[in-house]
Design a protein around this ligand. Structure first.
Ligand SMILES: [Zn+2]
Length: 326
């Protein structure tokens, strides 16, 4: 019996090792180290039991009931190997805890005007619905509004609310307009100056809100929203969070197109003042054109508002799932 024990103690007590042509036991040392075959596992288990119990397990097996030892090993191994989990998995995972929702315009600033609709009303209704869906379905996410009534936070105050609250995401919601009444569709902007010429009209229009503010020249340090030269300074600003902003913007446009059936005009870049200063991923959503009769009608309907708000909510949820999984 002791001879058997000696052979097995050098090799495999489970008897699953192959014997080579030269009669040597093909121990785990001769195996490919990357593959964990039953023999290797048994060998590791064997040595581990020696470390843990500081006794020869074969002798123990003979002395005690074999099953008890095996059960003990099975219970101990997960705790033993748990100590070797890489550090990064021990790090607290990122959780999206706070989002700032910004209903564009408000108060003295109606934004774009359709044949009946005012942009500030559409924006507020959709924004409040997005917040409602988040509160109902993502209870671990706190929602902060830049406005939840017909008030008029300045363009400087809106991103500042997100910064002061240390929000994880900033979403500004607007409705579009164009001299060409046939223009329609959604578009979502991230901070950037690419193709500024093509988007200059909408950028100028949204940023020109500051002209309604008192002392805007002092407050905005000479920034003139109507002058292309003023936007040169935006180039110098950080593009931190740019990729995450794009991820969310892509989600929003996909949801508008695939789930609500809207025409998506795509994800674009624009030097919007509200996207310039937030220190977190930020997007500006244009829900559609109030200058287009059909789109205005859709956005004025309760069903249209709910569809658009649901799409934005689903995008935020998908974005949250995605970044928290990374
Ligand atoms: Zn707007």
């Amino acid at each position: 019996m002791s001879g058997t024990t000696n052979v097995l103690s050098r090799g495999c007590f489970a008897g699953c090792c192959a014997v080579t042509q030269k009669g040597k036991i093909n121990s785990p040392k001769n195996e490919n180290k990357r593959s964990l075959n039953p023999c290797t596992a048994a060998y590791a288990l064997f040595n581990l039991s020696k470390i843990i119990f500081k006794v020869n397990p074969i002798a123990l097996m003979e002395r005690f009931n074999n099953k008890k030892i095996l059960i003990s090993l099975i219970l101990v191994i997960p705790f033993f190997f748990g100590g070797f989990i890489p550090n990064e998995t021990m790090m607290p995972a990122f959780r999206m805890k706070k989002i700032v929702l910004d209903a564009g315009h408000g108060g003295v600033d109606p934004g774009n005007i359709g044949s009946k609709a005012r942009e500030k009303d559409i924006n507020l209704a959709v924004t409040l619905l997005v917040g409602k869906y988040i509160k109902e379905n993502l209870p671990d996410v706190q929602v902060v509004y830049t406005r939840d009534d017909d008030s008029f936070p300045t363009l400087k105050e809106r991103p500042n609310i997100a910064n002061v609250n240390k929000a994880d995401l900033f979403v500004s919601i607007h409705s579009n307009s164009a001299p060409n009444k046939s223009a329609f569709g959604t578009e979502t902007f991230v901070m950037g100056t690419r193709y500024l010429e093509a988007n200059f009209d909408i950028v100028k229009r949204e940023n020109s809100v500051i002209l309604l503010e008192e002392n805007y020249k002092e407050n905005y340090e000479g920034f003139d929203p109507t002058s292309p030269e003023s936007y040169m300074m935006f180039n110098l600003m950080s593009k931190a969070h740019f990729e995450n902003s794009i991820t969310l913007a892509d989600q929003i446009e996909s949801q508008f197109r695939d789930r609500v059936g809207r025409k998506s005009r795509g994800v674009k870049q624009g030097p919007f003042y509200v996207l310039w200063t937030p220190s977190m991923p930020s997007v500006l959503v244009e829900l559609g054109f109030l200058s287009n009769t059909e789109e205005e009608k859709f956005l004025m309907s309760q069903e249209g508002k709910e569809y658009m708000a649901s799409a934005i909510f689903r995008s935020i949820k998908a974005y949250k799932d995605q970044i928290e999984a990374n």
